[in-house]
Design a protein around this ligand. Structure first.
Ligand SMILES: [Zn+2]
Length: 141
C-alpha cells in the first residue's frame, strides 16, 4: 500500500526522522506552526522555513470522543471512528503545536512527547494517508 502525507508542507516527507515544518521570523525570531507568510508578532514578511524539534512537553490535552465537523475533518466516521487524544505540545522553540496524541490515557502535564507519523485513513485511490501525532517518549507503537 502506498503512503501519502495528509497535506504537503506540514512535515518532512518521506523521512526516517520526521520533523514538522514551521517558519521562523528573521526579524524577531518568532517560530510559527504551520508556516506563515508574515510574522504574527512583528508583521515582518521575512519568514524562513524552520524544522521544529521532534520533542516537546505536553501542555494540555483532551479526548476527541466523536468525529469533528467535516470538512475539514476527513477521517473515519460512524462505527469506524475511534476516539483519539488531541493536545498541545510545547516544543523547545516555545511554539505550541496542536496535534493528535497516540493515546488517551496515562498522560500528564509536562511529560516528554515525541513526533511520530501515524495512519489516518485510506483515500479514494487506496493509499494510506499518514498524519502526524505525538506520543509519550518511550511508549511503544
Ligand atoms: Zn517577527
Amino acid at each position: 500500500m502506498a503512503h501519502v502525507p495528509v497535506a504537503k508542507g506540514v512535515f518532512t516527507w518521506p523521512s526516517d526522522d520526521p520533523r514538522l515544518i514551521g517558519s521562523r521570523c528573521a526579524g524577531c525570531g518568532m517560530v510559527t506552526f504551520p508556516t506563515q507568510d508574515s510574522c504574527p508578532r512583528c508583521a515582518s514578511p521575512e519568514m524562513a522555513e524552520h524544522l521544529l524539534p521532534r520533542r516537546g512537553r505536553l501542555w494540555a490535552w483532551t479526548t476527541q470522543e466523536f468525529p469533528p465537523p467535516s470538512p475539514p475533518y476527513a477521517g473515519p466516521t460512524g462505527p469506524a471512528f475511534v476516539p483519539y487524544g488531541v493536545g498541545y505540545v510545547e516544543l523547545a522553540d516555545a511554539v505550541k503545536v496542536e496535534a493528535r496524541l497516540t493515546q488517551t490515557t496515562r498522560l500528564r502535564t509536562g511529560m516528554d512527547m515525541e513526533l511520530v507519523l501515524v495512519p489516518f485513513r485510506i483515500d479514494a485511490d487506496g493509499n494510506e494517508v499518514v498524519t502526524f501525532a505525538f506520543r509519550p517518549v518511550g511508549a511503544a507503537g
